[in-house]
Design a protein around this ligand. Structure first.
Ligand code: TMP
Length: 205
């Protein structure tokens, strides 16, 4: 593949979106052709799926939830991510397969091997060149949430978040080119670390 695929991961409110925007600005200023996208969503069809899966109060059973995320991913990968990579672009995506392993696997207890199989099918085996996983301590999550709207998944409790945190740590160890970033730091320090990792992995010079 000619382009580069960078995925930003981590629990809700970890600062992914802020860092994604800063990264787009940085890479654009270097003259790179960059697109920013997200999961669930990223295309009109996948954004419709996003509305269903995140609607507060809607009865979505764990297995249906899993397939909705995978359906969104299949559409998004084929319609947007692969064509952009083939055109030589840098694709920055907020969340991808690791979110499903962390939330539906470690969080909800769905079999991880089955999730891995579904992820491979939905992505056509597309793998990120770099996965940045932002993790923060729980006290920051609660503090940041005071001012934010909560969707269906953000209303999960602290025990669920602990399971996901452990999940993310395990997944970083099992995933090539995946790095932990301490999201308790300031926005500037986090960005500094992100840019260092881009250099270390030769995405920028
Ligand atoms: P976000 O776009 O604000 O991060 O919200 C997406 C929510 O969906 C977030 O709570 C994480 C959750 N999610 C999963 O549970 N599984 C997945 O595969 C993905 C992509 C997201």
């Amino acid at each position: 593949m000619k382009g580069k695929f960078i995925v930003l991961e981590g629990p809700d409110r970890c600062g992914k979106s802020t860092q994604a925007k800063l990264l787009v600005n940085h890479l654009t200023s270097l003259g790179k052709d960059v697109i920013l996208t997200r999961e669930p969503g990223g295309t009109p069809t996948a954004e419709q799926i996003r509305k269903i899966v995140l609607q507060p109060g809607l009865d979505v059973r764990p297995m249906a939830e899993l397939f909705l995320y995978e359906a969104s991913r299949a559409q998004h990968t084929q319609e947007k991510i692969l064509p952009a990579l083939e055109a030589g672009k840098i694709v920055i995506c907020e969340r991808y397969t690791m979110s499903t392993a962390a939330y539906q696997g470690y969080g909800r207890g769905i079999d991880l091997d089955m999730i891995d199989t579904l992820n491979r099918i939905a992505t056509l085996e597309t793998k990120p060149d770099l996965t940045l996983v932002f993790l923060m301590s729980d006290k920051y999550f609660v503090k940041r949430g005071e001012y934010l709207f909560s969707d269906r998944l953000e209303q999960e409790d602290a025990a669920f978040r602990q399971k996901m945190r452990k999940g993310y740590l395990d997944l970083i160890n099992q995933t090539p080119h995946a790095y932990l970033i301490n999201a308790d730091q300031t926005i500037e320090d986090i960005q500094h670390r992100v840019l260092e990792l881009l250099k270390e992995t030769h995405i920028t010079d």
